[in-house]
Design a protein around this ligand. Sequence first.
Ligand code: PMP
Length: 307
Amino acid sequence: MAPAGIVYIDGVFYPPDQAKISVFDHGLLYGDGVFEGIRFYNRRVFKLDRHLERMYHSARLIGLEPPVAPDEFRRIILQTTARSGLSDGYLRPLFTRGPGDLGLDPRKAKRSSVVVICSTISLYGAKHETGLTAIVSTYRRTPPVSLNPNIKSLNYLNNILAKSEANARGADEAILLDLEGNVAEASADNIFVVKGRVVYTPPTTHTLVGITRETLLELCQGHYETRVEPFGLPFLLGADEVFITGTGGEVAPVVEVDGHRIGTGRPGPVTRDLKERYLHLVRSTGTPIPANGTGEVGRAGALPSEA
Ligand code: PMP
Protein backbone atom coordinates (compact mmCIF):
# COMPACT_ATOMS: atom_id res chain seq x y z
CA MET A 1 0.00 0.00 0.00
CA ALA A 2 1.32 3.44 -0.93
CA PRO A 3 2.18 5.64 2.04
CA ALA A 4 -0.26 8.43 2.88
CA GLY A 5 0.48 11.97 1.83
CA ILE A 6 2.08 13.85 -1.00
CA VAL A 7 5.58 14.67 -2.26
CA TYR A 8 6.91 17.87 -3.79
CA ILE A 9 10.00 17.61 -6.01
CA ASP A 10 11.48 20.63 -7.77
CA GLY A 11 8.21 22.39 -8.46
CA VAL A 12 5.86 19.44 -9.01
CA PHE A 13 3.60 17.54 -6.63
CA TYR A 14 3.45 13.72 -6.86
CA PRO A 15 1.50 10.96 -5.14
CA PRO A 16 4.00 9.19 -2.81
CA ASP A 17 4.37 6.08 -4.98
CA GLN A 18 5.26 8.17 -8.05
CA ALA A 19 7.80 10.44 -6.36
CA LYS A 20 11.26 9.68 -7.75
CA ILE A 21 14.67 11.31 -8.07
CA SER A 22 17.62 10.47 -10.30
CA VAL A 23 19.96 7.58 -9.41
CA PHE A 24 22.76 10.03 -10.30
CA ASP A 25 21.73 12.37 -7.51
CA HIS A 26 24.66 12.70 -5.13
CA GLY A 27 22.17 12.59 -2.28
CA LEU A 28 21.63 8.92 -3.16
CA LEU A 29 25.18 8.13 -4.32
CA TYR A 30 27.01 9.71 -1.39
CA GLY A 31 24.51 10.94 1.16
CA ASP A 32 25.44 14.43 -0.03
CA GLY A 33 22.54 16.55 1.10
CA VAL A 34 20.71 17.78 4.18
CA PHE A 35 17.28 17.26 5.64
CA GLU A 36 14.85 18.10 8.41
CA GLY A 37 12.16 16.20 10.25
CA ILE A 38 9.18 18.38 11.17
CA ARG A 39 5.86 17.45 12.66
CA PHE A 40 2.43 19.03 12.38
CA TYR A 41 -0.43 18.60 14.79
CA ASN A 42 -4.02 19.85 14.50
CA ARG A 43 -3.21 21.63 11.22
CA ARG A 44 -0.30 23.56 12.71
CA VAL A 45 3.37 23.03 11.92
CA PHE A 46 5.43 22.90 15.09
CA LYS A 47 8.52 25.16 15.18
CA LEU A 48 8.58 25.51 11.39
CA ASP A 49 10.88 28.54 11.38
CA ARG A 50 13.37 26.96 13.77
CA HIS A 51 13.54 23.87 11.52
CA LEU A 52 14.03 26.06 8.45
CA GLU A 53 16.82 27.93 10.19
CA ARG A 54 18.56 24.64 11.07
CA MET A 55 18.13 23.30 7.55
CA TYR A 56 19.66 26.36 5.88
CA HIS A 57 22.46 26.23 8.45
CA SER A 58 23.13 22.55 7.58
CA ALA A 59 23.16 23.46 3.89
CA ARG A 60 25.64 26.28 4.53
CA LEU A 61 27.92 23.93 6.46
CA ILE A 62 28.21 21.60 3.44
CA GLY A 63 28.49 24.43 0.92
CA LEU A 64 25.17 23.58 -0.72
CA GLU A 65 23.39 26.56 -2.24
CA PRO A 66 19.67 25.87 -1.75
CA PRO A 67 17.78 26.50 -5.00
CA VAL A 68 14.97 28.22 -3.11
CA ALA A 69 15.07 31.13 -0.68
CA PRO A 70 13.83 30.45 2.88
CA ASP A 71 10.58 32.40 2.37
CA GLU A 72 9.68 30.51 -0.76
CA PHE A 73 10.64 27.19 0.82
CA ARG A 74 8.41 28.01 3.79
CA ARG A 75 5.50 28.56 1.40
CA ILE A 76 6.26 25.31 -0.44
CA ILE A 77 6.27 23.36 2.82
CA LEU A 78 2.96 24.86 3.92
CA GLN A 79 1.36 24.25 0.50
CA THR A 80 2.60 20.66 0.46
CA THR A 81 1.14 20.09 3.91
CA ALA A 82 -2.16 21.69 2.87
CA ARG A 83 -2.36 19.51 -0.25
CA SER A 84 -1.76 16.33 1.74
CA GLY A 85 -5.15 16.76 3.38
CA LEU A 86 -3.61 15.47 6.63
CA SER A 87 -4.26 17.28 9.91
CA ASP A 88 -1.46 15.49 11.75
CA GLY A 89 1.69 14.18 10.17
CA TYR A 90 5.36 14.42 9.44
CA LEU A 91 7.34 16.51 6.96
CA ARG A 92 10.69 15.53 5.53
CA PRO A 93 12.20 18.40 3.52
CA LEU A 94 15.47 17.61 1.72
CA PHE A 95 18.06 19.49 -0.28
CA THR A 96 20.14 17.02 -2.26
CA ARG A 97 23.35 17.96 -4.04
CA GLY A 98 21.53 16.96 -7.23
CA PRO A 99 22.43 14.81 -10.24
CA GLY A 100 26.13 14.69 -11.10
CA ASP A 101 28.63 12.22 -12.46
CA LEU A 102 30.03 9.11 -10.78
CA GLY A 103 32.68 10.91 -8.80
CA LEU A 104 32.06 12.56 -5.49
CA ASP A 105 33.17 16.06 -6.47
CA PRO A 106 30.13 18.19 -5.58
CA ARG A 107 31.00 20.69 -8.33
CA LYS A 108 29.91 18.07 -10.88
CA ALA A 109 26.36 18.25 -9.55
CA LYS A 110 25.10 21.39 -11.21
CA ARG A 111 21.65 21.80 -9.68
CA SER A 112 20.53 20.75 -6.22
CA SER A 113 17.06 19.28 -5.80
CA VAL A 114 14.34 20.30 -3.38
CA VAL A 115 12.08 17.60 -1.98
CA VAL A 116 9.31 17.83 0.61
CA ILE A 117 7.74 14.57 1.71
CA CYS A 118 4.54 15.00 3.66
CA SER A 119 3.34 11.79 5.25
CA THR A 120 2.68 10.18 8.62
CA ILE A 121 5.03 8.78 11.24
CA SER A 122 4.64 6.52 14.22
CA LEU A 123 7.60 5.69 16.43
CA TYR A 124 7.74 3.51 19.55
CA GLY A 125 3.91 2.98 19.69
CA ALA A 126 2.81 1.38 22.97
CA LYS A 127 6.38 1.64 24.27
CA HIS A 128 5.55 5.25 25.05
CA GLU A 129 3.45 3.88 27.91
CA THR A 130 5.68 1.06 29.17
CA GLY A 131 9.05 2.61 28.35
CA LEU A 132 11.82 1.69 25.95
CA THR A 133 14.71 -0.68 26.46
CA ALA A 134 18.11 0.49 25.20
CA ILE A 135 21.61 -0.85 24.69
CA VAL A 136 24.84 1.10 24.77
CA SER A 137 26.16 0.82 21.26
CA THR A 138 29.70 -0.37 20.55
CA TYR A 139 29.76 2.32 17.84
CA ARG A 140 30.85 5.72 19.10
CA ARG A 141 29.13 8.85 17.82
CA THR A 142 31.10 10.23 14.86
CA PRO A 143 33.40 12.83 16.48
CA PRO A 144 32.99 16.51 15.61
CA VAL A 145 36.54 16.59 14.18
CA SER A 146 35.29 14.14 11.53
CA LEU A 147 31.79 15.51 10.96
CA ASN A 148 30.12 18.53 12.51
CA PRO A 149 27.05 17.12 14.32
CA ASN A 150 25.13 20.30 13.43
CA ILE A 151 25.02 19.08 9.85
CA LYS A 152 21.79 17.11 9.60
CA SER A 153 23.04 15.26 6.57
CA LEU A 154 21.59 12.47 4.45
CA ASN A 155 24.34 10.16 5.72
CA TYR A 156 23.06 8.38 8.82
CA LEU A 157 25.13 5.19 8.73
CA ASN A 158 26.71 5.79 12.14
CA ASN A 159 23.21 6.01 13.62
CA ILE A 160 21.82 3.13 11.52
CA LEU A 161 24.61 0.77 12.60
CA ALA A 162 23.86 1.59 16.22
CA LYS A 163 20.13 1.06 15.67
CA SER A 164 20.83 -2.29 13.95
CA GLU A 165 22.89 -3.32 16.93
CA ALA A 166 19.91 -2.51 19.18
CA ASN A 167 17.66 -4.57 16.90
CA ALA A 168 20.07 -7.52 16.98
CA ARG A 169 20.15 -7.40 20.77
CA GLY A 170 16.37 -7.17 21.07
CA ALA A 171 16.33 -3.60 22.39
CA ASP A 172 14.25 -0.65 21.20
CA GLU A 173 17.02 1.93 21.04
CA ALA A 174 20.76 2.46 21.05
CA ILE A 175 22.66 4.97 23.16
CA LEU A 176 25.88 6.23 21.62
CA LEU A 177 28.84 7.44 23.63
CA ASP A 178 31.32 9.97 22.33
CA LEU A 179 35.03 9.14 21.88
CA GLU A 180 35.75 10.22 25.48
CA GLY A 181 33.12 7.81 26.82
CA ASN A 182 30.54 10.43 27.70
CA VAL A 183 26.90 9.84 26.81
CA ALA A 184 26.13 11.57 23.50
CA GLU A 185 22.63 10.71 22.29
CA ALA A 186 20.37 7.94 21.04
CA SER A 187 20.29 6.84 17.39
CA ALA A 188 18.05 9.73 16.33
CA ASP A 189 17.12 11.42 19.60
CA ASN A 190 18.76 13.52 22.30
CA ILE A 191 18.96 12.08 25.79
CA PHE A 192 18.05 13.34 29.25
CA VAL A 193 18.65 11.98 32.75
CA VAL A 194 16.58 12.86 35.84
CA LYS A 195 17.92 12.73 39.40
CA GLY A 196 15.50 14.06 41.99
CA ARG A 197 14.12 17.27 40.49
CA VAL A 198 17.22 17.99 38.43
CA VAL A 199 17.13 17.32 34.70
CA TYR A 200 20.47 16.74 32.98
CA THR A 201 21.35 16.60 29.29
CA PRO A 202 24.76 16.51 27.58
CA PRO A 203 26.01 19.61 25.74
CA THR A 204 25.63 19.45 21.98
CA THR A 205 29.34 19.23 21.15
CA HIS A 206 28.83 15.65 19.91
CA THR A 207 25.12 15.68 19.13
CA LEU A 208 22.60 17.29 16.89
CA VAL A 209 21.18 20.49 18.39
CA GLY A 210 17.77 18.91 18.79
CA ILE A 211 14.77 21.19 18.56
CA THR A 212 12.79 18.93 20.90
CA ARG A 213 15.74 19.11 23.31
CA GLU A 214 15.62 22.92 23.20
CA THR A 215 11.87 22.81 23.77
CA LEU A 216 12.22 20.45 26.74
CA LEU A 217 14.84 22.67 28.37
CA GLU A 218 12.39 25.59 28.02
CA LEU A 219 9.53 23.51 29.43
CA CYS A 220 11.62 22.72 32.51
CA GLN A 221 11.90 26.44 33.36
CA GLY A 222 10.18 27.22 36.65
CA HIS A 223 9.51 23.51 37.36
CA TYR A 224 12.83 21.67 37.37
CA GLU A 225 16.45 22.67 37.66
CA THR A 226 18.32 21.92 34.43
CA ARG A 227 22.01 21.18 33.99
CA VAL A 228 23.66 20.92 30.60
CA GLU A 229 26.87 19.05 31.32
CA PRO A 230 28.77 15.97 30.17
CA PHE A 231 28.19 12.69 32.03
CA GLY A 232 29.30 9.09 31.65
CA LEU A 233 27.48 5.80 31.66
CA PRO A 234 27.59 5.17 35.46
CA PHE A 235 25.73 8.46 36.00
CA LEU A 236 23.07 7.44 33.50
CA LEU A 237 22.68 3.94 34.99
CA GLY A 238 22.20 5.50 38.45
CA ALA A 239 19.47 7.86 37.26
CA ASP A 240 15.93 7.97 38.61
CA GLU A 241 14.62 8.44 35.08
CA VAL A 242 15.95 8.55 31.53
CA PHE A 243 14.11 9.82 28.49
CA ILE A 244 14.93 10.61 24.88
CA THR A 245 13.58 13.43 22.73
CA GLY A 246 13.05 13.96 19.02
CA THR A 247 10.52 15.36 16.61
CA GLY A 248 9.41 11.87 15.54
CA GLY A 249 9.69 10.07 18.89
CA GLU A 250 8.57 13.12 20.94
CA VAL A 251 9.39 12.42 24.62
CA ALA A 252 9.97 8.71 25.19
CA PRO A 253 10.87 7.11 28.53
CA VAL A 254 13.80 4.64 28.71
CA VAL A 255 13.38 2.10 31.49
CA GLU A 256 16.22 -0.33 30.89
CA VAL A 257 19.79 0.11 29.62
CA ASP A 258 22.00 -2.92 28.87
CA GLY A 259 19.74 -5.03 31.07
CA HIS A 260 20.00 -2.59 34.03
CA ARG A 261 16.71 -1.26 35.32
CA ILE A 262 16.47 2.54 35.41
CA GLY A 263 14.76 3.82 38.58
CA THR A 264 11.60 1.80 39.21
CA GLY A 265 11.69 0.26 35.73
CA ARG A 266 8.60 2.24 34.78
CA PRO A 267 8.22 5.71 33.20
CA GLY A 268 8.82 8.17 36.04
CA PRO A 269 6.82 11.20 37.19
CA VAL A 270 9.17 13.86 35.78
CA THR A 271 9.22 12.21 32.35
CA ARG A 272 5.44 11.86 32.35
CA ASP A 273 4.96 15.48 33.44
CA LEU A 274 7.37 16.86 30.81
CA LYS A 275 5.86 14.68 28.13
CA GLU A 276 2.39 15.97 28.94
CA ARG A 277 3.63 19.58 28.82
CA TYR A 278 5.34 18.85 25.49
CA LEU A 279 2.26 17.25 23.93
CA HIS A 280 0.12 20.15 25.10
CA LEU A 281 2.54 22.64 23.52
CA VAL A 282 2.81 20.87 20.16
CA ARG A 283 -0.95 20.49 19.91
CA SER A 284 -1.68 24.11 20.70
CA THR A 285 1.04 26.14 18.92
CA GLY A 286 2.66 26.33 15.49
CA THR A 287 2.28 27.85 12.05
CA PRO A 288 -1.26 27.34 10.68
CA ILE A 289 -1.55 25.27 7.51
CA PRO A 290 -3.45 27.28 4.86
CA ALA A 291 -6.94 25.97 4.13
CA ASN A 292 -6.49 26.12 0.38
CA GLY A 293 -4.07 23.43 -0.71
CA THR A 294 -4.36 23.98 -4.44
CA GLY A 295 -2.56 27.30 -4.84
CA GLU A 296 0.33 27.80 -7.22
CA VAL A 297 3.73 26.90 -5.80
CA GLY A 298 7.04 27.49 -7.51
CA ARG A 299 6.90 26.45 -11.14
CA ALA A 300 3.95 24.08 -10.92
CA GLY A 301 1.03 23.66 -8.57
CA ALA A 302 -0.61 20.53 -9.91
CA LEU A 303 -0.14 16.81 -9.38
CA PRO A 304 1.01 15.22 -12.65
CA SER A 305 -2.28 13.33 -12.78
CA GLU A 306 -4.22 16.60 -12.50
CA ALA A 307 -2.13 18.50 -15.03
N1 PMP B 1 19.82 13.48 17.26
C1 PMP B 1 19.82 12.99 16.00
C2 PMP B 1 21.01 12.27 15.50
C3 PMP B 1 18.69 13.16 15.20
O1 PMP B 1 18.67 12.68 13.95
C4 PMP B 1 17.57 13.84 15.72
C5 PMP B 1 16.36 14.07 14.84
N2 PMP B 1 15.63 12.89 14.65
C6 PMP B 1 17.62 14.31 17.03
C7 PMP B 1 18.77 14.13 17.76
C8 PMP B 1 16.45 15.06 17.62
O2 PMP B 1 16.31 16.29 16.96
P1 PMP B 1 14.91 17.05 16.90
O3 PMP B 1 14.44 17.15 18.29
O4 PMP B 1 15.25 18.37 16.31
O5 PMP B 1 14.01 16.23 16.05
